[in-house]
Design a protein. Structure first.
Length: 402
């Protein structure tokens, strides 16, 4: 694709996406259905809107300098629209490391918002890193334009923080608020001004109150000095009541790499933090998280010690007891979660993936009481740098994209 124009690339992908229906099949029953992303697309991010439309963003191309595409299904995933390029500069997205790719949110009036870590070639550049004296990676954002046919030119939202490493995230609510989050280092925490290493990192928030047209300057979401695991991802989510949840991994004293939950009930003005799950490891596990809801409850998922867990994130900020995926935990990563209107939870994860290494897809279905059911599956075919995406459908079935 290096010699293709953006238009040629889009047409090439379009031609490969004309037979999505042929790739959708029931798993071990009719409740979970598998959909393969075509044209070598990886890192699927999927969301369902109030009209039961499915929105999908995926990555193609060079893992260090690739591109993002968006497709829409209005018939339950039987077919998808022609792909629309998301990033306005070719090669400005990154998939290497599995953490820094696109995050998708559907906000007011069904508008699609996308944020991602910019590649080394991305423009605009990120702020200058005072430690190195060079510009760093930008935290990029775009949204579908008013016509809904193309994405606006990408924008960098980092201005007073630097050192973007692990993946950022975003959330959008029905009132037109958009929240882009990332973890980085503030100007006042540059070398020689206090804490060192990952202990300097904080969760940062840039908020838009006008549906993504403009953003406030970023600010620290929470004042507690937990640090943040440099090459780990995070997940931001806005529920139907407009409350904001953020999952991230700390890096306190470089070894306490615990999962924290931040919650805001006032449209992102103030966050309260709580420790969800402890893990002491003197290394960065390059892990990611996910959050979903069914309108009654919010569910989160994460990795600890090679095992994947999920829990209900109660409205008072207290989680339910974490539930581990059944069976031996050997290299389980990148969990994704979906919950239907019946309260059934689908937990999806990868097994055996690693640096430049693909693996298998696995999932487990839980009933409304949180008990594992017979619906369990493991299938090969997760490409390097990729993971699965899961979504609950209006008929209470689930679709898994990989």
């Amino acid at each position: 694709m290096s010699m293709m124009t953006r238009r040629q690339a889009a047409l090439a992908v379009s031609g490969a996406l004309t037979s999505w229906a042929a790739t959708e099949k029931a798993a071990s029953g009719d409740l979970v259905r598998l959909v393969r992303v075509r044209a070598g697309g990886i890192q699927p991010q999927v969301a369902r809107d109030d009209q039961d439309h499915l929105h999908l963003v995926y990555f193609t191309g060079d893992a260090h300098n690739g591109d993002l595409f968006y497709v829409l299904s209005t018939n339950g995933g039987v077919s998808f629209s022609d792909p629309v390029p998301v990033n306005s500069q070719r090669g400005s997205a990154i998939a290497a490391g599995t953490i820094c790719g696109a995050q998708l949110a559907v906000g007011k009036a069904g508008r699609v918002h996308v944020a991602w870590n910019g590649s080394n070639e991305a423009k605009p550049q990120g702020p200058v890193n005072p430690d190195s004296g060079k510009p760093g990676a930008p935290m990029l954002y775009t949204r579908l334009n008013h016509s809904g046919k193309d994405f606006e030119p990408q924008r960098n939202l980092m201005h007073h923080s630097f050192g973007l490493d692990g993946g950022g995230s975003l959330a959008a609510d029905k009132a037109g608020n958009v929240y882009v989050t990332w973890h980085g280092i503030g100007e006042s925490e540059a070398s020689g001004k206090g804490a060192e290493g990952e202990a300097r990192r904080r969760v940062w928030l840039a908020k838009s109150a006008d549906d993504g047209q403009s953003f406030e300057t970023e600010r620290k979401a929470w004042s507690q000095p937990t640090g943040a695991c440099g090459c780990c991802g995070m997940k931001a989510f806005a529920d139907r009541q407009g409350n904001i949840s953020v999952l991230y991994r700390s890096a306190t004293e470089s070894v306490h790499r615990d999962i924290y939950l931040l919650r805001s009930k006032d449209r992102g003005q103030n966050f309260q933090g709580s420790l969800l799950h402890k893990w002491d490891i003197n290394a960065c596990p390059m892990s990611s998280m996910d959050i979903a809801e069914n309108g009654k409850t919010v569910v989160g998922t994460w990795e600890t010690g090679g095992q994947v867990y999920w829990a209900r994130l109660e409205s008072d900020g207290r989680p339910s007891q974490p539930v581990a995926a059944p069976g031996d935990a050997k290299g389980r990563k990148h969990p994704r979660v979906a919950v239907n209107e019946n309260g059934e939870v689908l937990l999806v994860w990868t097994e055996g993936t690693g640096w430049q290494k693909g693996g298998s897809l696995a999932w487990q279905l839980y009933d409304s009481a949180g008990q594992a059911t017979a619906e369990k599956q493991q299938l090969p075919g997760i490409p390097a740098w990729s993971f699965a995406g899961a979504v609950a459908r209006r008929d209470n079935s689930f679709s898994v994209f990989c």
